[in-house]
Design a protein around this ligand. Sequence first.
Ligand code: SF4
Length: 399
Amino acid sequence: MTDELTQLQPRRKSRPIRVGDVQVGGDAPVVVQTMTNTDTADAQATLRQIHELAELGAEIVRVAVPDKAAAGALPDIVRQTPVPLIADIHYDHRLAHAAIEAGIHGLRLNPGNIRDPDKVRGVVKAAKERAISIRIGVNEGSLPPLPPLAEGEMPPPKPKRMVDAALWEIGILTDMGFEDIKISLKAFDVPTMVTAYREIAEMVPYPLHLGVTEAGTPKAGSVRSAIGIGLLLAEGIGDTIRVSLAADPHEELPVAWDILKTLNLRQRGPTIVACPTCGRIEIDLIPLANQVEAYFQKLGKPITVAVMGCVVNGPGEARDADIGIAGGKGKGAIFRKGEVVRVVPEDQFMPALVEEGHKVIAEKWGDMPPSQPLAADNLGDIISLTPVEGSRPGRTSRR
Ligand code: SF4
């Protein structure tokens, strides 16, 4: 979009920590992370997935370490991982020790289920010796038990219980002089997690890992995550994010990146501006928009491409886009930064956008010469990704 991106609130100042070679907090950009769903004991399958997730933009990956077999696979996984890894530990502090021995880059401990302070201290001591950071990962679904309530006394509200659980463990760590801490306070309920994060953001200097837990299926879960994580990021709160969907983890990363792109916090891959279609539309817009997104996603550059259904509003509404098309009556006006550069027939919409896109990429990044033609078979691959639906899908396939 424009070169000068509008920013919302300034980021909350947090104490920087490191997860391997990735800084979280301080002046680092908001870091994207996700979690594998393979059996960690299967080192090859887990490594394969970590590589795939890294390709999609995961900067840190967390792996579950539920038992000795999983811990036993960690040395191999850590040796070959392309990004820093965090071991997710619940209940058994011995698994944290095994992960530290394996060279893990970070730990996640749940204060709701490792309750013995001496066991926590043992893990902290070992982490400190290896300069491994620890996330105190509070989850609304596994809070520590409440102390007995006096007659008539109401339990504290859920956000306060979450904050108190984090503060309990923060106290153990800081009493030992350990401050390489980040904190998460995840809940399914967005107002609960937003309130909890807002409260702790005022109380401690540590970086915050944002997430809406068990957010749901891809469609509903993406909306829920975008609102929960996005509300906080818009207030300047949050140093790393994880989108949790009931889906293949590969699906989480585009959502995470879209949240950051939407708030002008980070750019990765294309931004597609596409009109919602209306009664003026005269081109097959929705499949074209999907083809454009699939093609430029593969190129991986942060280019903005507009796909507009008519010339009435198209170039004007998308004037900040690097390139775009405004279609109508079998022809399309190709524009760059709102200026029409040529008019092409409908069968040339995609090739023309690809050609102009390559020119912009070559001008901005210099690594893709404009003379490089789009191979016909390559274009065929891209176009076949998105079947054309109906005779006037601009209307019939609206979703
Ligand atoms: Fe309708 Fe044209 Fe706007 Fe698309 S760009 S929504 S077709 S007026």
